[in-house]
Ligand binder design. Structure first.
Ligand code: HEC
Length: 130
């Protein structure tokens, strides 16, 4: 066998390995979790008003500084319904599907679409903690 053919065979085998790996990743998309994907968003955009003593918490009862508190919701009930972003007040408010005066974050620029979609997907995937 000539050296050139041997090299071609080795290169082709390498390609199969590379394709095999990416194929695998596509078959099992990662489930978004509160700890890995959502907490940092809420910490950055929401917690300043939704922690003990802050304005948003005083008015609504909603704390967004832990998973348990986020899932507990306001004094009127849950704002995250696992599996149902469309029925989740938290998603409806950040995506502007409620009264504009209630859009969250309150009195600030809306979140980037990518961030809004991440929260939507997290809720639709079951709003897992980790
Ligand atoms: C600048 C302060 C502020 C920020 C930042 C903020 N909120 Fe709020 N939030 C409020 C206030 C004030 C209320 C109470 C609204 C009312 O009842 O008039 C509220 C209420 C809420 C409610 C309850 C609405 C209801 O059903 O009564 C949700 C859900 C909510 N916020 C989610 C969020 C999320 C998610 C973020 C981050 C993306 C966020 N908020 C950021 C001030 C804020």
């Amino acid at each position: 066998m000539s050296t050139r053919i041997k090299h071609t065979i080795i290169a082709t085998a390498g390609l199969f390995v590379a394709f095999g790996l990416t194929g695998c990743e596509k078959e099992a998309p990662k489930t978004l979790t509160y700890q890995a994907d959502i907490k940092s968003i809420l910490d950055q955009h929401c917690v300043e008003c939704h922690k003990e003593g802050a304005e948003g918490t005083q008015k609504s009862g909603l704390l967004l500084d832990t998973y348990a508190a986020t899932m507990r919701g306001t004094r009127f009930g849950p704002v995250v319904i696992p599996g149902q972003s469309i029925n989740s007040t938290l998603y409806r408010l950040i995506s502007g599907q409620a009264d504009p005066s209630l859009r969250m974050p309150h009195d600030k620029a809306p979140l980037p679409d990518e961030t809004i979609n991440k929260i939507k997907d997290w809720i639709d995937q079951g709003a897992k903690e980790q």
